[in-house]
Design a protein. Sequence first.
Length: 288
Amino acid sequence: MPPDQTPPHPRLHLHGDFESELLGEDREIIVYIPPGYEQQRERAYPVLYMQDGQNLFDGRTSFLPGRTWQMREQADAAILAGTVEPLVIVGIYNGGDQRLAEYTPERDWQMGGGESDRYGLMLARELMPWVAERYRVRRERASTGMGGSSLGGLVTLYLGLRHAQLFGKLAVLSPSVWWNHKSILSYVSERAPQIGEKPRLWLDVGEREGLRTLENAEQLNRRLAANGWQAGKNLHFERIEGGTHDEASWATRVRPMLEFLFPAAPSALPREQGTTGNLPQGPEFGDT
């Protein structure tokens, strides 16, 4: 691995050796492990799979150089504060020129696309078993989430419903509801799981992302509610004041999103230490 590709933190692991037969190419995967992971070797962790992995942690690989979701810093802060259950986060690098095709469920007559089903099979049949072989992750549906923004939010919602038996938590940020005449709205109605099987779902949109994006997200929220999702229980919809359609804005939403999808047990004690990168002291994190 070239020196300039070394992850910017020791708890970030970059894998360039994930081979996908379904995609017909290798795909880089970056994995965040939480504070205490190496000390608590008998513990298994929930897992969140995120689209656009190059934009999450490392400013050298992000779409806008130097601007990321700050996902490690945000997750560390929430975990150390005791508001989020420690979790593993798997960032899947997008396919560059193939991003639009892989992140869209149906083909648009002008823009193409429509290869999300194959991408979803890659997640289910190749990547998830690959991660489980290398990291101590819990494999049950209730402990498995997926997330993304823009087209990444669209594909997250689509695949989260198509593979509802795998994903119990969905993070849908600034979704591209507009794709193919808003066909995702009909899909929500067609594929909404039964009451007890609905994934816990975070949906948001920035108030400065454009009127159409804002209205589309609100329409999606209404469609989810009409199909049995309940606000405050398994659905959180938020209009982000001043929110924009970029990594800097999504970074501000990471912590509340994690707190809704992966809340720490009520008995968890605050562990904020003032420095998000340091491990707290105590037997819970393996210190003696």
